[in-house]
Design a binder for this molecule. Structure first.
Ligand code: PLP
Length: 402
């Protein structure tokens, strides 16, 4: 089919929910993507921080093929070796004791909220309020939308579940002041993703842990974007040395197959009993085999240290550029989740990069976000920087107001 024919079908048959980029992606290999017209793109987006091992990783592809030939799905009425091996790895390499597999980030977060309710219900305590941070993003279901600080997105869907209180991110005092006898949990992203790639400060997360302990409330980390190696650590909470009571994982977990996880400490996890929560597909053998192959590679210390190294290299390269070009704002982020403030020309820069064969993300309206596959090499970062540099130094982009 011709490109315009394919895009025409979207316009005719899909609900009008995405402002898609006019590219028809057809295949990928490593850090490169190819469209249906044979054009090649260097991928600095990895889906949306999803394909951490890049595209067509031989081990993940083989795991999917082998599993598809054996059994795709069988429901959570039965046991699966891949599901249990994956559970063991996630628990053995994080602060959690138990896991529940779901299909998407929002679903894992929704389950985290249900687990919180169940925990306090079991204690005969009526706590139900959740403190969240400004510019948070936790998903698009009704409850996770209520937890997301986007009044504009929330408005058409009211009434939303109540009990969410928004406080400024990285402000420990504000979190402390917001706690009432009704407060059940504080939920934050260790590095805010959609809200602008803002890492939590060490004092903030350490302080929240202490606060949660003192006030008998739960600490929930949404690691949907930061988990599975993205920050150069298997989970971001390990970089901070702070153990949440509950955390969630999704995006990179299956390198592109839909799988997410809710993880929790035993004292909390044990509040769930059969019937409290469930999913039809969640953690089926197909996605668990893909996730197992993914996690087995990312968990390797050499792999994670190389993510820290390339992340640092990309950060420094961007910082050098930001120093040279007056209108580029500061660089922020952690590992290979980075962003630079590009002001009101963000969209134009993203388009210009694509036309030169590089795909990036935005975060909000004034930041370019970079989340390449974690296997990216320094030479490929150089390749990106060269193109990015020529663009930001182009006089056409010099009149940008931040
Ligand atoms: C992407 C994201 C979500 C939502 O994940 P979905 O799979 O789209 O439901 C939730 N929280 C964070 C931090 C995310 O980055």
């Amino acid at each position: 089919m011709q490109t315009n024919e394919i895009i025409g079908l979207e316009n005719k048959y899909h609900m009008n929910l995405y402002n898609r980029i006019p590219l028809v992606l057809e295949r990928g290999n490593g850090v490169y993507l190819y469209d249906n017209e044979g054009n090649c793109y260097l991928d600095f987006a990895a889906g949306i921080a999803v394909n951490s091992l890049g595209h067509n990783d031989p081990d993940v592809t083989k795991a999917i093929k082998d599993q598809a030939e054996k059994l795709i799905h069988g429901s959570n009425l039965y046991h699966y070796e891949s599901q249990n091996k994956l559970a063991k790895i996630l628990v053995g390499n994080s602060s959690a004791d138990r896991v529940f597999f779901a299909n998407s980030g929002a679903e894992a977060n929704e389950a985290a909220l249900k687990l919180t309710r169940r925990y306090f219900y079991n204690q005969n305590q009526p706590k139900h309020e959740i403190i969240v941070a400004d510019r948070s993003f936790h998903g698009r279901t009704l409850a996770t939308l209520a937890a997301t600080d986007r009044p504009k997105y929330q408005k058409p869907f009211q009434p939303l579940p109540t009990g969410f209180k928004v406080v400024p991110f990285n402000d420990l005092k504000a979190a402390e002041d917001a706690i009432t006898p009704e407060t059940a949990a504080i939920m934050v992203e260790p590095v805010q993703g959609e809200g602008g790639v803002r890492p939590a400060s060490q004092d903030y997360l350490t302080g929240l842990r202490k606060l949660a302990d003192e006030k008998n409330i739960l600490l929930i980390f949404d690691e949907v974007q930061t988990g599975i190696g993205r920050t150069g650590h298997f989970f971001a909470h390990q970089a901070y040395g702070v153990e949440p009571d509950i955390f969630t994982s999704a995006k990179a977990l299956g390198n592109g197959v839909p799988i997410s996880a809710l993880l929790a400490k035993e004292k909390v996890a044990k509040s769930f009993q059969p019937g409290d929560h469930a999913t039809t597909y969640g953690g089926n053998p197909l996605v668990c085999s893909a996730a197992l192959a993914t996690v087995n590679k990312i968990i390797q210390p050499d792999f994670l240290s190389s993510v820290r190294e390339t992340g640092q290299y990309l950060k420094e390269s961007l910082e050098n550029l930001s120093e040279e070009v007056s209108w580029l704002g500061p660089v922020r982020g952690m590992g290979l989740l980075l962003a630079v403030k590009t002001g009101d020309k963000t969209k134009e820069l993203m388009t210009a990069l694509r036309k030169q064969g590089i795909l990036v993300l935005t975060a909000g309206e004034d930041l370019l976000r970079f989340a390449p596959p974690l296997i990216i090499k320094k030479e490929e970062i150089d390749q990106f920087i060269k193109v990015f540099k020529s663009l930001v130094k182009d006089p056409a982009f010099n009149r940008i107001n931040l």
